[in-house]
Design a binder for this molecule. Structure first.
Ligand SMILES: Cc1cc2nc3c(=O)[nH]c(=O)nc-3n(C[C@H](O)[C@H](O)[C@H](O)COP(=O)(O)OP(=O)(O)OC[C@H]3O[C@@H](n4cnc5c(N)ncnc54)[C@H](O)[C@@H]3O)c2cc1C
Length: 419
């Protein structure tokens, strides 16, 4: 292979083709910004990622004129959710009153979501998506980030860019290379993810089961239930040592309707461990570089809002930067600081709420052995349905919802109707 690096120049280089990177790529391409997204994997096929598309993201699709087409992609619609704590079932969330066009959470494999964004972005000639391109370092010139180097299937790449975006997730190389140190907030739990088949007689779209020392959450994914079994942090090895039979027993006890299919878990190979991390960068930017999404703030799985925040970051970034990036002028660090200023507050608020739930509910449940009883305030949700609108707002729209205000260029006719 030719070892001479190929050099490509662009206005904006986005590291990572996850929800944050692909949404930002689409928005910048739509504004006519010469944009390259580098994704280290060959495709978007990754199982057990955040598969929840929240009402705020669906509303962004509406803003972009894409909602109708997007909802043609196979998905399930989660409109309400309940949690069973001990013996008490509490309907705790109802999205049907949200002031948006799609009053539900769409459950869709993340790869279908990302494929959809990539397909739309590729219709703009100023957009390039380089798959199997793994960024390994930042290029710095006079204290400013001026692009990245990457290894790709065609050899080494040098990407020179006026702005580099770190959208490379919770294990971000970009933030490490930039010398950014996250503030570790921590979490008392990890989660085991797996699938169990769903029968036609099964009811409900989202079910939570909480009891002595354990928590199980299941989402309706059509032919299967996507399940998360929440365990105390660092206890996965202990559970594994007890054998897969022990996990099957726990699930059957928590959700007896799954007992007839827990044998589908043949070994721990069918189970994926999500080591939960919650952190936040005190500084998201330096000259020529900005981090967004999980790279700027890894979220707790409480509320399933990681994808939502990543998308909201992308929208805010495009709202501030798309217009200046579509010109040729330099991009000031103050402009990058405005993005952090805008998105740091909602991140802090949601993380603070997640920490309260982690400390007051999850830690107590996982650390306990006796029968669990719901706290009194949660019982109110049974009698006052209006209360279910509050979690719907927080989970579905978040705080400080972003609307797409970045400029749009027309798609060239030839690209508008791909084969
Ligand atoms: C098991 C699991 C379940 C989850 N469930 C939910 C859920 O139900 N709901 C929810 O909202 N959130 C969930 N999350 C969190 C959610 O997936 C993330 O918050 C969200 O995907 C963050 O988006 P992002 O674009 O910032 O980062 P990511 O989705 O992590 O995307 C980063 C991308 O960068 C690429 N990349 C990394 N390093 C490099 C590099 N050096 N060069 C090039 N590319 C690189 C990665 O391959 C990846 O595609 C879950 C996470 C996990 C792990």
């Amino acid at each position: 292979m030719d070892e001479t690096p190929q050099t490509i120049s662009c206005r904006c280089c986005i590291v990572g083709g996850g929800p944050a990177g692909m949404m930002l790529g689409l928005l910048l391409a739509r504004a006519g910004v010469d944009t390259i997204v580098l994704e280290k994997h060959a495709d978007f096929l990754r199982d057990f990622r955040g598969d929840t598309i929240h009402p705020s993201t669906l509303e962004a699709m509406y803003d972009l004129g894409l909602l109708e087409d997007f909802l043609k992609v196979p998905h399930q619609e989660l409109r309400q959710g309940e949690v069973k704590i001990g013996d008490v079932t509490i309907p705790f969330v109802d999205f049907s009153h949200l002031p948006v066009h799609a009053k539900f959470v769409a459950l869709m494999p993340q790869w279908d979501f990302l494929d959809f964004l990539a397909d739309r972005a590729k219709r703009y000639p100023c957009f390039r998506l380089l798959m199997s391109a793994e960024v390994d370092s930042l290029i710095e010139v006079d204290g400013s980030v001026a692009g990245v180097t990457a290894k790709s299937k065609d050899g080494r790449l040098t990407i020179r860019a006026d702005l580099t975006l770190g959208a490379d997730g919770r294990h971000s190389l970009v933030r490490r290379e930039a010398g950014f140190m996250p503030l570790e907030i921590g979490a008392p739990m990890d989660a085991l993810w797996f699938r169990l088949s769903r029968r036609t007689i099964d009811t409900g779209d989202f079910l939570g089961r909480v009891d002595a020392g354990q928590i199980l959450v299941v989402f309706n994914r059509g032919e299967y239930w996507q399940c998360a079994y929440v365990i105390a942090k660092g206890s996965a090895d202990r559970l594994k040592a007890q054998g897969i039979g022990s996990l099957r027993d726990h699930i059957s006890a928590l959700a007896p309707f799954l007992a007839d299919r827990v044998d589908e878990l043949q070994s721990f190979d069918d189970v994926k461990l999500l080591a939960v991390a919650v952190d936040r960068l005190p500084l998201w930017h330096k000259p020529g570089l900005l981090c967004i999404g999980d790279a700027a703030h890894a979220m707790s799985p409480v509320g399933g809002v990681g994808v939502n925040l990543a998308i909201q970051d992308a929208i805010a970034t495009a709202n501030f930067l798309a217009a200046p990036l579509s010109g040729n002028g330099p991009l000031s660090d103050q402009l990058l600081a405005q993005v952090q200023k805008r998105r740091e507050w909602p991140t802090k608020v949601i993380q603070a709420l997640q920490v309260v739930v982690q400390k007051r509910i999850i830690s107590r449940v996982l650390g306990g052995t006796g029968k669990v009883k719901p706290p009194w305030f949660l019982r109110l949700f049974i009698y006052f349905p209006i209360l279910r609108r509050l979690p719907a707002r927080l989970i579905g729209l978040g705080v400080r919802r972003e609307r797409v205000t970045s400029p749009a260029r027309a798609i060239p006719q030839a690209a508008n109707h791909p084969p």
